[in-house]
Design a binder for this molecule. Structure first.
Ligand code: BGC
Length: 768
């Protein structure tokens, strides 16, 4: 089906016209979040057509027992998932006794959705003719407050156009919910307490096994023509559901509405026994402020976010809408104030990938958060992994490693490995290297080295121990090899000597050694503490050096490129351009067997290495490897186009860079992979940001200085972005042939533009 139904607009995501086939996709695209909770854009009122109900609370997860056919040692016990939480948005509407249900209406006209990204709210409006011939005009506004992150608000307005009518609003909360994605159809929540108090309702439930306690709550008020009515409500309490019934007589043309406030409080932030009083306090202050003030607060909160994070693009509305959608979703998912939380690949927009943490955070998300927020946010993301170091050591022990070697999980909620697939997920040991890359990038970008002696060095040592033990000496090659891995390209499993993995391992070993030396000299107190804690011996370091020095890298003399893995050239090498369109995406059209023996690459693999270690190779090497691997790449991971866009820009191939940019920025809006109904690709959205800032802006850190190499795609009049570099805010505006820099604050900043040094004075435009 055609998925380009989203209307281009600079600041909003717009849908016009009602199509039952699009409901689930739109539920993903119009999702809301505030970092602490999020929800798909499900209808508040009853809907009997196909829908995917989803409401999620950050950090609240369930360990669903792993489902594998033949159990083997080392498999994880469970698959962690952020689970669908009790529903607080529901409002049934009855008009003269008939239930409003868009699936059953005689006619739906003027259906429109708007996700206003500038101000952070979602609105849906339509005119519907019910089976009883009543014609109603409906407008619903909803948002999840950034400022009060346990609160959401809904204004549901109804006007009967062709008659006087009795309108009944039935707001409810319901903890009888299920997950679409469940291994054994188990129940995840147990309802503990259902309680009302005046117009307020609370349902407290706990997750089974993990024992998270959450209270979902609501309070509503009825309005006629904008004035609050003091109507009484009758309440109906079921085992897992509470609803109130508000009845109002509306004259033809009169607007009646229900304002509903609701949300969650959990024992992550309150004592278990205080949940109901905490919920009551949220409701009382919300009611006191009122819907209008809350919406104004929301606008202000988003203004502040955009002030720093916005990227403007002039002359290309689709590109502008794409990047803002990405920035908006990233901020809806993670705001960085809580080191217990992280960024799930689908954020709060779906259940796939279980809301768990992947290498995506370290490999893709860190740069965005580092540059658009205060530096403590990126530090929180690093600290999240530091806090999981003990578990990473346990993970490695379970697989037979020793002496404090750590293997970070590919998928995790609490530090434990928790996925279902062996060859793909567990064998992707390259993720261990991404943990160290993130530290390196953090230090380089923020200049805050203190993280290394305080926390990072321990992580580096444990990871170096892992690589040294995981590599084995091949006497035949007189080299160290790393066997039986999966690289970032998941369309090859259980391969030997994946170049990316080997290169990363070597680099991690050397980086750990050089940081140990630096900490020893500059931070002797921390050095002693870390040596004591880790029990690191000098001969161990010598062994690391030996493995690093003798690491094996598969190489083709014929093509003069590093090979993705041993024997890559045994494959039939046929470029993707020769694959019939009907056979793509191959992950939906081909058997797994056929994919594995093909030469097709899911996402950047060798090129991922060239992305991280760009400065290790001359540009001609990048070009050669890009020309060899890109034509074999199907980009069937959302993480793929952004890296290729950056590299195409670096190589001056602006048309291709632009095509990849559109693909990454509009991946969900235009549903390139035909799966947006499962949720949006949140982590790759940070890659979209990188493709503007690092790709078109050419931003890098070179010897402690920001460096730019700006380029602009054809057809764009200009683009601009802001970065927080070492607590100085720099705005960069690029137009054809001209780049402007404006610095906030009082200090000057020396930057490099096309390799030339330039000094930017505060509050003074510098044009180059
Ligand atoms: C990608 C992985 C990624 C995961 C979650 C997979 O499709 O191949 O690299 O970590 O999605 O985003």
């Amino acid at each position: 089906m055609n998925q380009d139904y989203i209307k281009p607009d600079n600041w909003s995501i717009l849908e016009e016209g009602f199509d039952v086939e699009r409901v689930e996709s739109s539920e993903s695209l119009f999702s809301l979040g505030n970092g602490a909770m999020g929800q798909r854009a499900n209808f508040e009122e009853q809907y009997s057509g196909a829908t995917f109900q989803g409401s999620y609370i950050a950090g609240v997860y369930y360990p669903d027992k792993t489902k594998v056919g033949w159990w083997k040692n080392g498999y994880p016990e469970y698959f962690a998932k952020v689970l669908n939480a009790p529903n607080w948005i529901g409002i049934n509407i009855l008009i003269n006794g008939e239930m409003l249900d868009l699936y059953r209406c005689k006619e739906v006209r003027n259906f429109r959705r708007e996700l206003n990204m500038k101000e952070g709210w979602y609105e849906r409006s339509f005119t519907a003719v019910l089976q009883n011939d009543l014609e109603v005009e409906v407008k619903i506004t909803r948002f999840l407050s950034i400022h009060r992150n346990e609160l959401g608000a809904i204004n549901f307005e109804v006007e009967v156009l062709n008659s006087d009518a009795t309108v009944v609003f039935e707001p409810y909360i319901d903890s009888g919910i299920t997950n679409e994605d469940a291994n054994w159809e188990e129940k995840f929540w147990q309802t503990l307490d259902v309680k009302t108090e005046e117009h307020r309702a609370y349902i407290t439930s706990k997750t089974l096994k993990t024992e998270f306690h959450a209270t979902a709550f609501m309070q509503s008020q009825l309005l006629k023509n904008g004035k609050v009515l003091s109507e009484e409500a009758t309440e109906v309490i079921f085992e897992e559901k509470i609803s109130f019934r508000y009845t109002v007589e509306a004259k033809k043309g009169e607007k009646v509405s229900l304002q509903k406030f609701g949300g969650y409080v959990t024992n992550m932030n309150h004592k278990k026994e205080d949940l109901v009083p905490a919920a009551k306090a949220v409701l009382e202050s919300a009611l006191k402020a009122g819907f209008v003030t809350l919406k104004k607060e929301q606008k202000e909160a988003w203004e502040k976010i955009w002030e720093m994070a916005d990227i403007t693009i002039e002359g290309d509305v689709k590109a502008q809408q794409g990047i803002r959608f990405n920035i908006f979703q990233l901020n809806q998912t993670y705001l960085g104030e809580d080191a217990r939380l992280n960024i799930g690949p689908k954020g709060f927009t779906g259940e796939k990938y279980g809301g768990s943490t992947y290498w995506d955070t370290e490999a893709y998300c860190i740069p965005f958060y580092m540059a658009t927020k205060d530096h403590h946010v990126a530090r929180n993301l690093l600290t999240y992994r530091y806090n999981h170091l003990g578990k990473a050591i346990e993970n490695a022990e379970k697989l037979g490693f020793s002496n404090g070697a750590a293997l970070y999980p590919m998928v995790t909620m609490n530090g434990e490995e928790s996925h279902n697939e062996w060859e793909i997920t567990f064998e992707e040991i390259h993720r261990n290297g991404a943990m160290v890359i993130a530290i390196k990038r953090y230090v380089e970008y923020t200049g805050d080295y203190s993280y290394v002696p305080e926390k990072g060095l321990e992580v580096m040592i444990a990871i170096a121990r892992f690589w040294q033990q995981r590599a084995n000496y091949s006497s035949q090659k007189d080299k160290y090899v790393i066997l039986g891995v999966t690289g970032p390209n998941e369309y090859e499993n259980n391969v030997n000597n994946n170049w990316y993995t080997n290169y990363l391992a070597k680099w991690c070993l050397e980086y750990a050694i050089s940081n140990i030396e630096k900490v020893k000299i500059d931070y002797p107190g921390d050095y002693d503490r870390v040596m004591d804690k880790t029990g690191l011996k000098v001969d161990e370091i010598a062994k690391w050096q030996e493995v690093a020095d003798k690491m094996y890298f598969p190489y083709s003399e014929e093509y003069k490129v590093f090979l993705q893995q041993d024997n890559f050239l045994d494959k039939e090498i046929i470029p993707v351009s020769e694959l019939p369109k009907a056979q793509r995406p191959i992950n939906q059209k081909w058997s797994w067997d056929r994919i594995l023996r093909s030469c097709y690459i899911k996402q950047a693999d060798v090129l991922q290495g060239f992305y991280f270690f760009e400065d290790h190779f001359p540009k001609e090497e990048l070009e050669k490897h890009y020309d060899f691997y890109e034509p074999l790449t199907v980009h069937e991971s959302s993480l793929s186009p952004c890296v290729h866009s950056i590299q195409a820009a670096a190589l001056g191939r602006m048309d291709q860079a632009y095509q990849f940019y559109l693909r990454t920025s509009r991946l969900d809006l235009d549903d390139y992979n035909h799966e947006v109904k499962e949720g949006c690709h949140i982590t790759s959205m940070a890659g979209t940001w990188m493709s503007v800032v690092e790709g078109f802006g050419g931003m890098r850190v070179v010897e402690g200085k920001l460096s730019f190499n700006p380029k602009i795609p054809n057809g764009w009049n200009s683009f601009s972005f802001k970065v927080n570099f070492r607590n100085q805010i720099l705005k960069v505006s690029v137009a054809p042939g001209k780049t402007g820099f404006v610095l906030e604050g009082n200090d000057f900043l020396e930057i490099l533009v096309n390799e030339k040094s330039i000094v930017v004075e505060p509050n003074n435009l510098v044009s180059v």
